[in-house]
Design a protein around this ligand. Structure first.
Ligand code: FE2
Length: 473
């Protein structure tokens, strides 16, 4: 007798991931505690939020971008959320249904959309950054999407035609020079490009970089002197993708290497140092050691293998039956000797690493990482933030609540403090969802005390998202 086994609901479409479909504005939000007067500005956070029922197997990386923002002004708070209105989403709205596949199940869009919206929808769902007066929503497979300051979509932005190829969702602003440094990777040659944007917002330099194979490179690291790329074996398989399969595979046989570019001598090219394969989605920071500029140190969240499964049954994380969890590591790269050491800093699972960005590229004492309640392949629950004192080798963890699920804690510096002498003077901002009450809040922690100072109650649920930033005014 046949038994009907209902298909398990897609975990990325239920619970704290369940998309919201409205665009709303709420003023004068209820606040528990006191919003610090110095917090004057806007917290912005991007994330995936599919506008239509997916037509193919949905992965959380596929959803349409939606920016949730909370403006803090003289102790009062207001909320706004808007879709990133990509050409692909506009076409889907006209059709009244989803038209694009995703990472787990690629599907060519209708021919008439190829020209208009490209092979993949530029969801711009991963991060939102400001530089040189522009607000850019980012997703690594596409160009930036410019948003107005009231979060309306202006359109794709390519630096007046100067940007060839896509842009990572993790550009780095140098707090000393005001430059924005970033890369873009592509499944088509050149597989990697490095770009520099000057403080006025002009793209002034692009360097094409050779890689043995096209790889998914989510983030990179930048110190005052160096740019560091991690070529790790999450390899693109275009044939598999175009036949509707999984287009990214873990292939340790491709090897792994760390590449260093000298910002003072870009023409010298990338110096590559081979390493044993591992994977990193996010870096905490990088800094130079010693006066000769020959050693660069990088910190980030390292896992043994690629720790995201796009639906491939052969993926090691599934085949081994044991989820692959990242934890905080430090690499010391000796350019003279051509060697790399790898030092684990903590054995707890962690991701979403952040520092006080006013010290990005220099040695930072404090690193903030997401703390997890549980970590399975498709189900990672962050419930707090851990502040590491990397000088002392100690840490403090703040858990937002028994039923809390949170995202990345963003460090908002105290504008009245000198980061050189008071690096941790500031606050950590995070959207926190309560699984019990289904209510969402913006929670503000004092980053020195690691204690909650204010909880802004959002009169709607804010789904889990990716990255955000604080834009002070
Ligand atoms: Fe990311």
């Amino acid at each position: 007798m046949a038994i009907d086994i209902p298909e398990a609901p897609n975990p990325y479409l239920i619970g704290y991931n369940e998309p919201v479909r409205d665009e709303s504005d709420f003023a004068d939000l209820e606040v528990t505690g006191n919003i610090p007067a110095a917090l004057q500005g806007t917290y912005l956070r991007n994330g995936p939020n599919p506008a239509f029922e997916p037509v193919t197997r949905y992965h959380v990386f596929d959803g349409d971008g939606m920016v949730h923002s909370v403006r803090l002004d003289e102790g009062r708070a207001s909320y706004r959320n808007r879709y990133v209105e990509s050409q692909g989403l506009l076409a889907e709205r006209r059709a009244g249904r989803a038209l694009f596949g995703g990472l787990s199940e690629f599907r060519m869009p209708p021919a008439e959309l190829l020209e208009e919206a490209g092979m993949m929808k530029n969801t711009s769902n991963t991060n939102i950054v400001s530089h040189a007066g522009r607000l850019l929503a980012l997703m690594e497979a596409g160009k930036p999407t410019e948003l107005s300051w009231d979060l309306e979509t202006v359109g794709e932005y390519d630096y007046h035609g100067a940007l060839a190829g896509p842009m990572t969702a993790h550009p780095k602003e140098d707090p000393d020079t005001g430059e924005l440094l970033f890369f873009g990777y592509s499944p088509f040659p050149p597989y990697l490009r490095y770009h520099q944007v000057d403080p006025a917002g002009e793209l002034t330099r692009t360097v094409d970089i050779d890689l043995p194979a096209p790889v998914m490179m989510h983030d990179f690291a930048v110190s005052s002197r160096h740019v560091v790329f991690f070529d790790l074996p999450a390899v693109f398989d275009l044939d598999a993708m175009l036949s509707g399969g999984v287009g990214i595979r873990w292939e340790p046989d491709n090897g792994a290497r760390i590449g260093v570019l000298d910002r003072q001598d870009l023409d010298a090219g990338v110096r590559w140092i081979p390493v044993e394969p591992f994977y990193v989605f996010h870096f905490l920071n990088a800094y130079d050691e010693g006066a000769d500029g020959r050693t660069v140190v990088v910190e980030g969240c390292r896992s043994e293998r690629l720790n995201v499964n796009f639906g491939d049954e052969a993926m090691p994380s599934t085949a081994a039956g044991d989820p692959v969890r990242p934890s905080l590591h430090r690499w010391r790269i000796d350019l003279e000797a051509g060697s790399v050491t790898d030092e684990p800093l903590d054995d707890r699972p962690a991701d979403f690493p952040r520092v006080n960005d006013r010290l990005a590229g220099r040695r930072t004492r404090y690193g903030y990482v997401g703390h997890t309640r549980s970590w399975a392949d498709d189900d990672v629950e962050f419930d707090g933030v851990t502040r590491h004192d990397l000088n002392a080798g100690t840490s403090i963890t703040h858990v937002y609540g028994e039923h809390a699920v949170c995202g990345e804690a963003v460090f908002a510096p105290d504008p009245d403090a000198d980061p050189e002498t008071a690096e941790d003077a500031g606050w950590l901002l995070n959207f926190v969802h309560d699984r019990d009450t289904e209510r969402s809040s913006l929670v503000i922690l004092d980053a020195q005390a690691m204690e909650e100072v204010a909880r802004v109650h959002i009169p709607r649920r804010v789904p889990f998202g990716f990255h955000g930033n604080w834009v002070a005014e």
